[in-house]
Design a protein around this ligand. Structure first.
Ligand SMILES: *[C@@H]1O[C@H](CO)[C@@H](O)[C@H](O)[C@H]1NC(C)=O
Ligand SMILES: *[C@@H]1O[C@H](CO)[C@@H](O)[C@H](O)[C@H]1NC(C)=O
Ligand SMILES: *[C@@H]1O[C@H](CO)[C@@H](O)[C@H](O)[C@H]1NC(C)=O
Ligand SMILES: *[C@@H]1O[C@H](CO)[C@@H](O)[C@H](O)[C@H]1NC(C)=O
Ligand SMILES: *[C@@H]1O[C@H](CO)[C@@H](O)[C@H](O)[C@H]1NC(C)=O
Ligand SMILES: *[C@@H]1O[C@H](CO)[C@@H](O)[C@H](O)[C@H]1NC(C)=O
Ligand SMILES: *[C@@H]1O[C@H](CO)[C@@H](O)[C@H](O)[C@H]1NC(C)=O
Ligand SMILES: *[C@@H]1O[C@H](CO)[C@@H](O)[C@H](O)[C@H]1NC(C)=O
Length: 302
């Protein structure tokens, strides 16, 4: 009798575990208490790559970033086509916009042209910051990922180039985001979608993208493929508090839960180097030396 009971318990426990964390059933930390074992720390059980050591996101230490002169500015193609009708979807984990063909990037230290596939966001809640990457330990309220694919996939490293942007809160609404933010109210349930219009190069600070960080990493969601060339831009995108709150308050993970804090915690950097396109540190000390000279010169002259 006892034996039979323990057997039943064992079977039902393994059933619970299976149904909770079956493939495709991953979740974020904030959802983890509702669905046992599906949060980020369990991703590796069903998606072994998530437990490897070149994962994303990471914390970028700006002082340790190594200048690489090959990290030239990007060339953007098709980012400037105006008034495009785009389709935004609630995919159960984020708000995602699948992009039409003809949008490409090159330069930026990439060895070839990459084609834009989609963009999506990671955000927090009123209580908590929401970026995935952090810079010198600082979290930003939201992060944008524009995912680009290599023309011919090899299944290996370098198949994807993701451009990451941090958001910062500002006093005024960023009106370029009006249509996108208005559309969020129509995609509260999973698989909901809505048509909106935007010009991609107005959603990002296209003319201030010279300074960025570069490292080798992974998708930040299962199956966590370690195939991503990451670019994180130093210039942030500005949105007002109300606009950021629209992300916190519009989408749902499920009928019972708002979609908030949809970010993966930072992963170990391991043996990886983060490179930077900016020789800023050297330049700025040189600049301050120059300014010092000029000031002394003027003081002597007067
Ligand atoms: C977009 O940029 C390309 C190349 O810089 C330019 O030829 C084209 O006129 C631009 N289109 C618009 C709508 O500004
Ligand atoms: C928008 O995206 C959703 C989800 O991917 C898809 O089901 C729908 O057909 C798309 N609508 C349009 C007009 O492309
Ligand atoms: C998107 O909406 C606009 C009007 O807002 C409409 O003209 C257009 O046909 C729609 N596109 C699709 C693919 O549904
Ligand atoms: C990324 O990995 C590739 C292939 O191993 C290597 O050639 C490249 O230098 C690495 N890039 C960075 C930024 O670490
Ligand atoms: C990730 O890797 C899996 C298995 O190797 C593959 O089927 C899938 O297409 C890859 N996904 C992406 C986005 O590269
Ligand atoms: C931009 O660079 C400055 C100087 O290195 C750094 O203090 C700041 O944290 C960076 N911000 C982002 C978003 O990378
Ligand atoms: C700013 O944006 C928010 C969110 O979309 C909106 O509710 C509000 O009315 C806007 N305010 C102004 C002054 O346009
Ligand atoms: C979204 O979740 C909230 C609970 O946080 C619930 O009140 C609301 O009805 C849900 N909305 C939808 C459309 O499922």
């Amino acid at each position: 009798m006892m034996k039979c009971f323990s057997l039943a318990l064992l079977v039902s426990l393994s059933l619970i575990k299976d149904s909770a964390a079956a493939e495709g059933d991953w979740c974020y930390e904030i959802q983890g208490h509702q669905t046992l074992g599906c949060g980020p720390r369990f991703w590796g059980e069903h998606y072994p790559t998530c437990a490897k050591n070149h994962q994303s996101p990471i914390n970028v230490l700006t002082k340790k970033a190594v200048f690489d002169k090959a990290l030239k500015p990007f060339h953007f193609k098709g980012y400037n086509i105006t008034g495009r009708h785009l389709n935004i979807t609630n995919n159960g984990h984020s708000a995602q916009v699948d992009l039409p063909t003809g949008i490409e990037i090159s330069g930026g230290g990439l060895s070839e042209t990459y084609i834009a596939a989609q963009f999506h966001f990671h955000w927090g809640s009123d209580e908590f910051y929401g970026s995935e990457h952090t810079v010198d330990g600082e979290k930003y309220p939201m992060e944008l990922h524009i995912v680009h694919k290599r023309k011919t996939s090899t299944g290996g490293f370098g198949d994807l180039a993701v451009l990451g942007f941090f958001y910062e809160e500002t006093a005024k609404n960023n009106t370029e985001y009006n249509s996108l933010i208005e559309s969020l109210g129509h995609i509260s349930t999973k698989d909901g979608y809505k048509n909106f219009s935007a010009t991609l190069d107005k959603l990002i600070p296209i003319n201030e993208l010279k300074v960025y960080y570069r490292y080798n990493g992974s998708l930040t969601t299962p199956p966590c493929n370690e195939t991503v060339i990451w670019t994180l831009f130093n210039t942030t995108i500005k949105l007002s508090k109300l606009q950021l709150q629209a992300f916190h308050n519009s989408l749902n993970f499920t009928e019972k839960q708002r979609m908030v804090e949809n970010f993966r915690p930072v992963q170990k950097r391991s043996d990886r180097i983060v490179y930077t396109s900016s020789s800023q540190v050297i330049l700025s000390s040189f600049q301050s030396l120059l300014i010092c000279f000029i000031v002394s010169f003027l003081t002597i002259m007067s």
